[in-house]
Structure formats: C-alpha cells, structure tokens
Design a protein. Structure first.
Length: 144
C-alpha cells in the first residue's frame, strides 16, 4: 500500500513526465533565447515569408487583370501611381503582419517560460522529496 506522501510523489513524477513528453522539447527551444532575440528572429523570418506571400498576391493580381494593366502600362503617370500604391500596400501588409507576429510570439514565449518555471519547480520538489526519502532510509539502517 502506498502512503499519501508516495501518492504525491507519483503524481509529481507523472506531471513531470507528461510535460516532458508533450511540451518540454518545444518550450526548451523557445526558452533558450532571450525574449527580444526570439521575437527579433521571428520578425526577420516573417518579413521574408510575408514578402514571398505579397509577391504571390501581386503576381496573381497581375495575371487576373493583365488586360487592364497592359492598357494602362504605357501611361507613365498611371504606372508611377500603381508603383506607389504597391509600395504602400506592401508596407501596410508588412507592418500589420509584424504586429500580429510580435503579439503571437510574445504570448508564446511567455507561456513557454512560465511552463519551464513550473517544470523546474516541480523537479526541485521531486529532488527534495528524494533527498528526504534517502535521509529517512539512512536513519532506519543506521545500526550504531
């Protein structure tokens, strides 16, 4: 029969094992960075991906409206206006995406660090219990 302290220890070990299996490796990678470094890295990779996505969107727009664009292509004023609009749309698209990325990865980083702290605290509790158990065993087997 397991006593109450043994049940608590088993529960604690189960929580630690579940964390390590499910979230541990993901949170470990995130928490290796400082928050600002992690978010900056994600912003840089997001700018690359948003540029590719924006290029695909512009390409699809050009394909769908190629006839109208060819009619306007030879008018220099219209061409400059279209280029300015395209630049403004790109900047707006990138800024909106970066704001979303900052918020999302800020929340993700804070969550990972929070669960990493809980994991560390539970691990310390387990180590303290193990040390206490070893002290109890040493006392029982002391024949002097």
């Amino acid at each position: 029969m397991i006593n109450e302290d043994g049940k608590k220890k088993v529960r604690l070990m189960t929580k630690i094992a579940i964390y390590e299996k499910n979230e541990g490796s993901k949170n470990e990678k995130v928490s290796e960075y400082f928050r600002s470094d992690y978010i900056a890295l994600k912003i840089i990779s997001s700018i690359v991906s948003v540029t590719i996505v924006f290029g695909i969107i512009v390409g699809l727009y050009v394909l769908c409206n190629s006839e109208d664009l060819m009619m306007k292509f030879y008018q220099m004023d219209t061409l400059m206006e279209m280029a300015k609009k395209l630049i403004y749309y790109y900047i707006g698209f990138v800024v909106a995406y970066i704001v979303i990325i900052i918020i999302a990865f800020f929340v993700k980083y804070n969550g990972a660090v929070k669960y990493k702290r809980i994991f560390s605290k539970n691990l310390k509790k387990l180590l303290v219990r193990d040390a206490d158990d070893e002290d109890d065993i040493d006392d029982e087997t002391d024949y002097e």
